[in-house]
Design a protein around this ligand. Sequence first.
Ligand SMILES: [Zn+2]
Length: 328
Amino acid sequence: MTNALRRVALIVIFSFLVAFPVPAQSKAPIKDQNIRAELGFLASDAMQGRGSGTIYERIAAEYIGSQFRQFGLEPGGDTDTDGTKTYVQRVPLNSGVVPTGEQRATWNAIGVLRGSQPGEAIMLSAHLDHLGVDESLTGDKIFNGADDDASGCVAVLELARTLAAGKRPRRTIYFVCFGSEERGGYGSRHFIANPPVPLPQLVADLTFEMLGRPDPKVPVGNLWLTGFERSTLGPELARQGAALVADPHPDQHFFQRSDNYPLALRGVIAHTVSSYGLHTDYHRPSDEISKIDFAFMTRSLNSLVKPVQWFANSNFRPAWLPGQAPTR
Ligand SMILES: [Zn+2]
C-alpha cells in the first residue's frame, strides 16, 4: 500500500468510527430510552390524562397490552369476538362511577409470565388511569399523571420486559395495570373478586405508585415500601440488593391508600413501592413528563431486577410479622 493509499484508508476508518461510535455497553438491563418511550406515550397530552373509565384509559390498556405481547408474555385478558385471547380485560362499571356519555367500563391490562412450577404466583401491579381533563380550568387542563401513575406502569412494563427476556422463573408472575384506581379502585376490585389464581397461591403483590421523582427524605437513589415494617418482604428484597427502605411518611397512611391494600386485607403480602416526596404537583395538571427524573428511575428500577428475579425463583414465602396483618 502506498503512503497515500494508507492515509486514505486511515481517514476512511477514522470517519467511520466518528460516524458510528461503538455505544458504551451498560450492564443494567433497564434502559433509560425505554422508560422515556413508555412514559412519554402514557403521559402525553394525546392521552388526555387517561381518565378513569374513558376511551383514553382503554387506549392506555391496549398500549400496555401491546407491550406485554412484544415482551412475549401470555395474554391474561378477555377473549376477543373471534376467539383470540387478549391482554385487556373489560370491567363493567355500575352507576355513578363515570359521567354520563362515557363508556361504563374500566380496563385492566394483564400479562402473564408462566412459571416452570404450577401453583405459586407473584403479582407486580400499577394503575393506568388518572384524572383526565378538567374543562373548568384555565390554561393547562390535562392531568398528564406522569408520576401518578405512568411511572408505576413503566416499572411494571420494564420489569416485564427484563424478566421475560431471561430464563423462565419458577413462580408465575402476573404483570397487571389496573383501571379506575383514581375513582375507587374498580379495576383491582374486579381482579381480586375474580383472581386468575386462588389468592392463597399469590405469594406477594408489589404495587408501583409514583416513583418518577426521588424523595429527599430517603437516601439518594432509593425507593421506599409502604408497610415495610409489617412483613418480611421488604427487608428480604433489600437484603437481596433492592434500593428499598421504609416509607418515611407513616403519617400519610400510604399503605392503606393504594391497590395493594384490598389484597393485603385478603391476606396477600401486598405493599406499594414508591418515592413520592409529597411534591405539590400531586393530582394537578403540572404532574408532567418534564418533572420526571429519568436517571433516578433507571437506577432505582435496575436495583429491583435481581431481587425480583431471585424472589420469583426462590422458596422464600414472605409473611406478616406478629400483629401486623391489616384487618380493616
Ligand atoms: Zn396513583
